[in-house]
Design a binder for this molecule. Structure first.
Ligand code: CIR
Length: 258
């Protein structure tokens, strides 16, 4: 059973953290509608939705990806780089506990899940305002026993590593070459975003289907031309909060601990 863990958009989303964007009012109702359509798409793609209630005290709590990294062997609860987001962890940990052993990133480390790109047994961590070198070490100590390698990757001009690059298929990523150097990913083919769609490097791979933001039609066409099955969902409101498609869910195989 595949699970998609999501959380409703917080009524306080207008007070979200912003790093690279100017504040632009988020229409809460529209954000909720778009988020609901995203959840529906995940259900139609075979995921059982586990939806946490909105957290009025945590403006960015819809972006559940940043708070955990779920591998098949273990779920790592992160220590988000933004202080305002650290209170999001307890509810995510509780939701993941039935499915995985939990490990925790501890102070002085900070890590946002948006900086963690897992490609098979290689885990790439973007060094950012949200994720530091100590976190790379802690993550390595947690996952190396399961056969994962952890590598640090540089990037620029966007919030998270996965704002710039995400997986679209076996050994293939889509990326914005202005934000990340694709040669950082050994043995991986990189498809560049359309230059007019700088944020299009954040897509969500759901089995064989690549979920993309409908606002990026030219990159969608590029991916289709490369033979990928692509589905678009509107994601413009949460993009004002610097969130993309990966940010709004944690996807995993939902075997229960016995
Ligand atoms: C933040 O700055 O933390 C939120 N406003 C956006 C987080 C987006 N998450 C992600 O890219 N993984």
């Amino acid at each position: 059973m595949l699970v998609a863990l999501t959380r409703e958009v917080s009524p306080a989303i207008d007070r979200c953290e912003l790093t690279h964007l100017e504040r632009d009012r988020v229409d809460l109702e529209r954000a909720r509608r778009q988020h609901g359509a995203y959840e529906l798409a995940l259900e139609q793609l075979g995921y059982r939705l586990e939806r946490l209630p909105a957290e009025p005290a945590y403006p960015d709590s819809v972006f559940v990806e940043d708070v955990a990294v779920v591998l098949s062997e273990v779920a790592i609860i992160t220590r988000p780089g933004a202080r305002s987001r650290r209170g999001e962890r307890s509810t995510i940990a509780r939701a993941l506990e039935p499915y995985r052993d939990l490990a925790h990133i501890r102070s002085p480390s900070v890590l946002d899940g948006g900086d963690v790109l897992v490609l098979d047994r290689e885990i790439y961590v973007g060094r950012s305002t949200r994720s530091n070198a100590e976190a790379v070490e802690q993550l390595r100590a947690i996952v190396s026993r399961f056969g994962y390698s952890v590598r640090e990757v540089g990037f620029r001009d966007c919030l998270h590593l996965k704002s710039a690059v995400t997986q679209v298929g076996p050994e293939t990523v889509v990326c914005n070459p202005d934000w990340v150097d694709a040669s950082s990913f050994a043995g991986v083919r990189a498809i560049a975003v359309d230059p007019g769609e700088p944020s299009a490097g954040n897509v969500l791979l759901c089995g064989e289907v690549v979920l993309t933001a409908a606002e990026h039609p030219r990159t969608m066409a590029r991916l289709e031309a490369e033979g990928f099955q692509v589905r678009g969902v509107a994601a413009s409101e949460l993009a004002k909060a610097e969130g993309g498609l990966t940010c709004c869910s944690l996807l995993f195989e939902g075997r229960q601990e016995s």
